[in-house]
Design a protein around this ligand. Structure first.
Ligand SMILES: O=C(O)c1cc(C(=O)O)c2c(n1)C(=O)C(=O)c1cc(C(=O)O)[nH]c1-2
Ligand SMILES: [Ca+2]
Length: 548
């Protein structure tokens, strides 16, 4: 471990460390000073309740500071802000603590990376969690580290899983009631996915929920997807194969969980998305529904016990992870009654709204982007199907405004062909069982879709030149902030999608915007470092904006 303190000439220390209580974490999304969770609150709405920056004055938004990190690589981080201090991460697990109003650096932590890191889509990290005076981060070599928020010193470190077997961390953890919750990526490496809870005091493991049950992962042999379309499975052949070989491949069936869970404190339930089965495109040796891959899953916060699951795509052979994080909200059900719900935006291009207690699908939205040839099975030569393997909606967290009752989803349109090849488990190495390939010469583009959560109808669309990847932020000032790969960071009118403001950050604005207030002034911050998966221009800057 290495601590650096080189704040432009003189060392500046944090005078008073934040000491964030559980009450503050519980109420984080109802106050405007701090931004304490990467997704704003346990409901993960990415909704900022302050109105100082609004549709009337957003055109006067100007940079307050631009902070440049040492790491010029893909940036997906969602900063958190506690008592005027911003904490954020970069690729390769650096953490920075800076003054959230001035950009002055306090400290810089570099994780001492082990020799083995496996990650499919860039050396990314999506941020830290805070509790008391401690920060928590997952690393590319599958460790969980706890840092002192005042000094950046390492307090403890524990292994989440074996990196040699393809386990790795790109997600931010979530902390609640002394438990650090974290899943794993590795759906492209033949892992067995999980969510684990660690004691925030000492890093001891409290419970593990495996996303692949040892028995029963063959499921109900679903013929249709969540929207009722036939997935062209040869179920008789799958059943015969299951009968002869058994289901003993659960250890390598994938099902990563690589974005934060939502937490319902009342029912003490967490809701998370489970990614694709392994190998991605070659399904012949993993007969069955491959539960709980491509699903939303609800488990008990205190014990990790299973409550329910809902699978969108059984026996996926297109790498269509369920990943964009679950959001808690209330919606009108089929009878017009307001009920507690949980929603997810799929790589399929639909927003799915569920009953929070049972998982029952209340509705799914209109398709937000073009769909074609669903569900064409991959072939050796390549079968065209839209959306491509990045979505629809990638990991990109939606924002939801309880004022407009719209969910804001960043979509990609990336025509691809899906190719399959026979492939044996390579032991912790990349294991796709084929390839998905962008079709040369076909136009790619992006779309921010605003979906009415009570009807599933698209209220408005805002189309962009490039496919969209990164987070959205909605505010009570009726603004939606999001970024593009060309560097444009933009604010739209949340009610109608009108473009109100933009700033070119000079590198891909593909991280996750946040908002906060220091000394009475509201800021909006966005990491601009591009994206590896879509090869958007790399940079190394955290930009914060405020009104003059
Ligand atoms: O199944 C997995 O475990 C997993 C992990 C990740 C990741 O952690 O970056 C991605 C994917 N899958 C994936 O399918 C994908 O399209 C993707 C894009 C990105 C990115 O950072 O932009 N990560 C990932
Ligand atoms: Ca995946």
């Amino acid at each position: 471990q290495e601590i650096q303190n080189k704040a432009g000439g003189g060392a500046t220390e944090i005078q008073k460390a934040p000491s964030i209580t559980q009450d503050q974490l519980n109420a984080a999304d109802r106050q405007g000073d701090n931004w304490l969770h990467t997704a704003g609150g346990y409901a993960q709405q990415r909704y900022y309740p302050g109105t100082q920056i609004n549709t009337g004055n957003v055109k006067k938004l100007r940079p307050a500071f631009m902070f440049q990190t040492e790491v010029k690589e893909s940036m997906e981080t969602a900063p958190i802000v506690a008592d005027g201090i911003m904490y954020f991460t970069t690729s390769y697990n650096h953490v920075y603590a800076i003054d959230a109003a001035t950009g002055q650096e306090f400290w810089h932590y570099k994780h001492k990376m082990g020799p083995i890191t496996t990650f499919c889509c860039g050396p990314n990290n999506k941020g830290v969690a805070i509790e008391g005076g401690k920060l928590f981060m997952g690393t590319l070599d599958a460790k969980l580290v706890a840092l002192d928020a005042k000094t950046g010193k390492l307090l403890w470190e524990t292994e989440i899983a074996d990196p040699e077997k393809g386990y790795s961390e790109t997600m931010a953890p979530t902390v609640v009631d002394g438990k650090v919750l974290i899943g794993t990526n590795g759906g492209e490496y033949g892992i067995r996915g999980f969510v684990k809870a660690f004691n925030s005091a000492d890093g001891k493991l409290l419970w593990t929920f495996y996303t692949i049950p040892e028995k029963g992962h063959e499921g109900v042999w679903a013929q249709n997807d969540a929207t009722g379309r036939n997935m062209k499975r040869d179920i008789a052949a799958e059943k015969a194969q299951f009968a002869s070989g058994g289901g003993n491949f659960y250890q390598t069936l994938g099902g990563g969980v690589w974005m934060n869970p939502a937490v319902d404190l009342k029912s003490r339930t967490i809701f998370f998305m489970v990614g694709n089965p392994s190998p991605d495109l070659y399904g012949a040796e993993r007969p069955g529904d491959n539960l709980y891959t491509d699903s939303m899953v609800a488990v008990d916060l205190d014990s990790g016990a299973y409550k329910w699951h809902y699978q969108y795509i059984a026996h996926d052979v297109w790498d269509l992870d369920a990943v964009s994080p679950a959001i808690l909200l209330d919606v009108k059900d089929e009878n017009g009654k307001m009920v507690p719900a949980v929603m997810h935006a799929g790589k399929t291009g639909h927003v799915y709204v569920h009953d929070r207690a049972t998982g029952k699908l209340i509705r799914f939205s209109e398709a937000m982007i073009p769909q074609e040839n669903m569900w064409s099975l991959p072939t050796a030569q390549g079968a065209r199907m839209l959306p491509g393997a990045n979505g629809g909606v990638e990991w990109s967290p939606m924002a939801y405004s309880p004022k407009t009752r719209l969910a804001y989803a960043l979509n990609l349109h990336q025509p691809m062909t899906y190719h399959v090849e026979t492939s044996k488990y390579p032991g912790g190495k990349l294991w796709l069982g084929g390839a998905f390939k962008v079709i040369e010469g076909e136009k790619q583009w992006g779309r921010l879709a605003a979906v009415n959560v009570d009807t599933g109808k698209i209220a408005w669309k805002f189309d962009t030149e490039q496919p969209l990847i990164g987070g959205a932020l909605a505010t009570a000032g009726d603004l939606v902030f999001y970024g593009e790969g060309n560097g444009l960071f933009r604010a739209l009118d949340a009610r109608n999608g009108k473009l109100l403001w933009q700033f070119n950050c000079g590198a891909g604005a593909n991280a996750q915007p946040v908002s906060y207030t220091v000394k009475g002034k509201q800021y909006v911050a966005m990491g601009c470092g591009g994206n590896t998966q879509l090869d958007f221009k790399r940079g190394n800057t955290m930009v914060a904006f405020t009104l003059d």
